[in-house]
Ligand binder design. Structure first.
Ligand SMILES: [Zn+2]
Length: 393
């Protein structure tokens, strides 16, 4: 089997982290910068407008919604586009990472095997020099498709948010000041506002795992089918992390996934599926269907349950997290033949730049996150929880 040893990745990550502290996010100096984060490209949505109710996207009516997405954007392209976005957030012209990737996707017909960073940089330079994407993409018939398809995968992952950080890592301007206006660095943590990657790796920081690109390989339990997700092999009990903030839509036993949890993003477009959780103690005890989770929260524990009609059965040989991302453009695609599951291997490698730090809760079997975040998407949802009447299986 082709398991990579992840230790080289761990070494690389250590090297990258120092860089990431600088470049993974930028501290926002100006309060109330919410308007900056959007960067959406207008005139491309094929869904009819109207208020979204989480868990129940209204049917398109005319059938004008995306039916299929192959997500083949490699880690390096994700990271390079992401850096353009973050590096220009406080510039006059903010370059949206998904715009860059969608334009390249339209050029390549979705196949990034010949992707070159120089091509992305050239595109970004044109935008920086004042050209607009509508003109650049004018000859690209499928730009709007790729913008909507890639946006459905990526739009919720990057943005402005508040997070706790260790006081020792905080820039002076983020610290409280004494009567002379000098920064005081005596607390353990401080809140800062950042613009950057809001999403996290599904595996908590400090817990080793191995992985390889296993999307689409065949599976035979139950019936012959394709593997519609990504497996991350590790130890039983490894804390599993919510990749994006959202609402718990499914929690319980499933013959294939064993103890599993399904979380829908607040915009309704992404359904995150975390399966084969630990026997006897699969989930964080505060969770039930309808719970709201924040990106980076501990939601459960790695295990090897599943492949049985009998609840709480360990029938998977090697402990692993099965992680899946389903895209939903129309609620009819949630269950059945219209389901769109994307290959998330490259995306998960990209997300490994951002792993949630956790600590053991004394006297329990649980771990919890060390640094809280405040996600504007969650606050917006909590102000107007229109999803109360929605919900699906
Ligand atoms: Zn799997």
């Amino acid at each position: 089997m082709l398991f990579h040893d992840n230790s080289f990745a761990a070494a690389l990550r250590t090297a990258v982290l120092a860089l990431a502290a600088l470049a993974l996010a930028v501290f926002i100096l100006i309060p109330g910068l919410a308007g900056l984060a959007a960067g959406t490209f207008s005139g491309i949505s094929v869904l009819s407008a109207g208020p979204f109710i989480p868990g129940s996207i209204p049917a398109g009516g005319d059938g004008g919604y995306i039916r299929w997405v192959d997500f083949n954007v490699p880690q390096n392209a994700l990271e390079q586009a992401f850096r353009w976005d973050v590096d220009t957030v406080q510039s006059e012209i903010h370059i949206d990472w998904v715009d860059l990737l969608a334009c390249l996707g339209a050029r390549y017909g979705g196949d990034f095997s010949n992707y070159r960073q120089a091509e992305m940089d050239e595109l970004a330079d044109r935008l920086k020099n004042g050209e607009i994407m509508e003109d650049i993409a004018a000859g690209l018939k499928y730009y709007s498709y790729y913008r909507e398809a890639y946006g459905a995968v990526l739009d919720g992952l990057l943005g402005q948010y508040e997070t706790e950080i260790a006081a020792e890592d905080a820039p002076d301007f983020a610290l409280p000041t004494d009567e002379n206006g000098n920064p005081v660095r005596d607390g353990e943590k401080v809140w800062v506002t950042k613009y950057g990657l809001k999403a996290f790796s599904p595996i908590a920081s400090g817990f080793p795992y191995s992985e390889y690109d296993d999307f689409g390989v065949s599976r035979s339990y139950g019936y012959r089918r394709q593997h519609l997700g990504h497996d991350m092999m590790g130890q039983v009990g490894t804390p599993i992390i919510a990749v994006e903030s959202g609402r718990v839509e499914a929690l319980g036993w499933n013959q294939y996934g064993g103890w599993r949890i399904g979380i829908r993003s607040f915009d309704g477009k992404r359904y995150y599926y975390y399966a084969h959780l630990r026997k006897n103690y699969p989930y964080q005890s505060n969770l039930e269907v309808g719970s709201i989770v924040s990106a980076g929260d501990v939601i459960g524990y790695m295990g090897r349950t599943g492949y049985s009609a009998t609840e709480n059965t360990n029938n998977i040989d090697e402990p692993h997290l099965h992680f899946g991302i389903q895209l939903i453009f129309d609620e009819s695609q949630k269950e059945g033949n219209g389901e769109i599951w994307i290959n998330c291997y490259e995306l998960v490698k990209f997300l490994s730049l951002h792993r949630s730090e956790v600590h053991k809760v004394e006297g329990t079997k649980e771990w919890e996150r060390t640094y809280e975040i405040r996600d504007p998407a969650e606050e917006e949802y909590l102000r107007d929880p229109a999803g109360e009447s929605g919900g699906s299986a």
